[in-house]
Design a protein around this ligand. Structure first.
Ligand code: GDP
Ligand code: CA
Length: 319
């Protein structure tokens, strides 16, 4: 029998919680992560890849645990100076974090691929679970609001997600080439776990890279999604607004709808117990368990439980 192979599809903060849970579980050495690059943008001439850095800093225990993003023990000398120079500084980039972006931008200019840069940064932070990218090309989420189209970070950070969302596009997606590493990983997966990440701009942007969703659909893997909603509310962030703009309901039904072409199972919080019958009627296996992850123990417990549930449900389906 070949060794167990698990893929985690992950965005930023919700994705990193699931990634940390897997990294501390008995399944760490079986896991690879595919992260989201569509929140990437340029600031002060530097290429910033927020979701990938959130994964690396979290798994390397360098994350600011209070915020869930950025580096711990961070200082902001460079940003203060940029402000004094009259630059926009709404994107909070600390001094340590800036070193990451200087490094990434410099290598990018030398023609090094985003995947390779990610690998080097992960190595620097002793991250032992591989982080793969869906594409090495530039894809950028844009959000249409009543004030016009905004970059994802303008909407998310500068406008604090206040504006209504009229439409979302992944700029550059049609020309993006999937990485062979991501396609291979998906094809070889026994189990694909979808982190409790934003289904539209985090997971949706990964799946929208040409060939990625088809690879997931064809993989033969058991596919299980952890809902990012608890009691119809996001733990943090604009997933609710974005589901609404995509015409999906803001509950388990809406999450199922995003993944319906390939999903076998869903993980929902105990407070959403009433959704079980409907999900089961769609043919899903459903795990009901506390899904709020605050402590390292909660992350490991949830992800271990998810893998065990998925493996035993997969076996039952095969029987
Ligand atoms: P971002 O890229 O930083 O916005 O993060 P993600 O896309 O990875 O995750 C955002 C989603 O994670 C939000 O919709 C939150 O509701 C969800 N989320 C964050 N923490 C938790 C948690 O502890 N449990 C669950 N179930 N969802 C969470
Ligand atoms: Ca993100």
């Amino acid at each position: 029998m070949s060794a167990l192979n698990i893929t985690l599809l992950a965005g930023g903060v919700g994705g990193a919680k699931a990634a940390e849970g897997l990294a501390k579980s008995p399944y760490a050495s079986s896991t690879k992560i595919i992260g989201n690059i569509a929140d990437d943008d340029e600031f002060h001439g530097l290429w910033v890849s927020p979701d990938i850095d959130t994964l690396i800093y979290s798994l390397g225990d360098q994350i600011d645990r209070k915020q869930g993003w950025g580096r711990k023990n961070e200082t902001y000398q460079a940003l203060k100076e940029l402000k004094a120079l009259g630059q926009d500084t709404w994107m909070t980039l600390g001094d340590l974090d800036l070193a990451t972006h200087v490094y990434r931008t410099n290598l990018k200019r030398q023609g090094v691929s985003a995947s390779e840069i990610t690998e080097q940064l992960a190595k620097r932070h002793d991250v032992c679970v591989p982080i793969l990218l869906p594409t090495d090309d530039v894809v950028q989420t844009r959000v249409k609001t009543p004030q016009g189209w905004l970059s994802f970070q303008e909407f998310f950070v500068r406008e604090h997600c206040q504006s209504d969302v009229l439409d979302i596009e992944y700029h550059g997606i049609a020309d993006a080439k999937p990485t062979s590493q991501a396609l291979e990983q998906i094809a070889n997966s026994d189990l694909i776990i979808i982190a409790p990440s934003n289904p539209i701009v985090s997971i949706g942007a990964i799946l929208a890279v040409p060939e990625i969703q088809q690879a997931v659909e064809k993989s033969g893997a058991y596919i299980i999604a952890i809902s990012p909603l608890i009691s119809g509310k996001t733990v943090k962030g604009p997933a609710d607004k974005m589901l609404e703009s995509a015409g999906k309901s803001i509950d388990s039904t809406g999450i199922y709808d995003c993944y319906r072409t390939f999903l076998q199972a869903m993980v929902i919080d105990c407070v959403d117990q009433e959704d079980v019958a409907w999900l089961q009627a769609q043919g899903l296996d459903v795990l009901v368990t506390p899904t709020l992850m605050k402590t390292p123990e909660e992350k490991t417990a949830l992800l271990t439980k998810v893998v065990e549930f998925a493996l035993s449900s997969k076996k039952q389906r095969a029987a």
